[in-house]
Design a protein around this ligand. Structure first.
Ligand code: SAH
Ligand code: DHB
Ligand code: MG
Length: 224
């Protein structure tokens, strides 16, 4: 009989299981709660990564002994807390944010978390500001979660500034379904599709990579 646990559907990962495991493996903290509360209080979009994705990012950073990490798209600092929290005392996260309001909120979140020393928030369009930190290269990991049409350019920059064995990670790698099979509804989505496909092609060519089937896809590549 076909039910929620149908073997053919292959969907044993129920909401109950995900909630149970999230409670065990990626429980929230006061700092993470602060970042989430700021989204609500400040009327910001609630488009942060999921707790399970945050934990995965933290684990990946620890597995490669990451010290120098770059993030594109800070929002309120939710993903940044997972990234910075996985770094040693002398590690550093540079996180780029276009919106000055978001950047100010995130700065407060990092401050209250006691991580201000370990994090630099750079305000403005990431592409124009990346050169500011190029003297800190090579980096151990680059997490891309900003404007989607620039993912190809961000991926290119990452591959140029990562050490061999460094990680390039991209959120929204399914591009809300537009990556393949969903009818593009505007010029904007066409540009984003081109950018995201370029990003995946770069990972396939220059990394050992996989796209993890999260809600909107999380691409992870190890620079060869
Ligand atoms: N990584 C965050 C979510 C990021 S949402 C988290 O998981 O907590 C995407 C963010 O990218 C938004 O804050 C948006 O303002 C920012 N953004 C959009 N275009 C950008 C650009 N060109 N450069 C830098 N940040 C950009
Ligand atoms: C949007 C951006 C994201 O990075 C995300 O994870 C979800 C939604 C957005 O711009 O709508
Ligand atoms: Mg995202």
């Amino acid at each position: 009989m076909a039910d929620e646990f149908s073997r053919n559907a292959g969907t044993y990962g129920s909401a109950a299981i995900k909630a149970y495991l999230e409670g065990l493996y990626s429980p929230s903290t006061p700092a993470l709660n602060d970042a989430l509360a700021q989204l609500e209080t400040m009327g910001m979009p609630q488009i942060q990564i999921a707790p399970t994705e945050g934990k995965l990012l933290a684990l990946l950073l620890k597995l490669i002994g990451a010290k120098k990490v770059v993030e594109l798209g800070t929002l309120s600092g939710y993903s940044g807390l997972w990234l910075a929290g996985a770094l040693p005392e002398d590690g550093h996260l540079w996180t780029f944010e276009y919106d000055p309001k978001h950047a100010a909120v995130a700065q407060g979140v990092f401050q209250r978390a006691g991580l201000a020393q370990r994090v630099t928030v750079l305000v403005g369009a990431a592409l124009a500001n990346l050169s500011i930190i190029e003297d800190q290269a090579p980096f151990d990991a680059v997490f891309i979660d900003a404007d989607k049409h620039n993912y190809g350019r961000y991926g290119q920059w990452a591959l140029q500034h990562l050490r061999p064995g460094g990680l390039v990670i991209g959120d929204n790698a399914y591009l809300f379904g537009y990556l393949a099979g969903r009818e593009p509804d505007s010029e904007t989505s066409l540009a984003a599709i081109a950018g995201m496909r370029h990003f995946h092609e770069l990972l396939s060519q220059h990394c050992e990579a996989v796209c993890i089937p999260t809600a909107d896809g999380l691409a992870v590549g190890r620079k060869t």
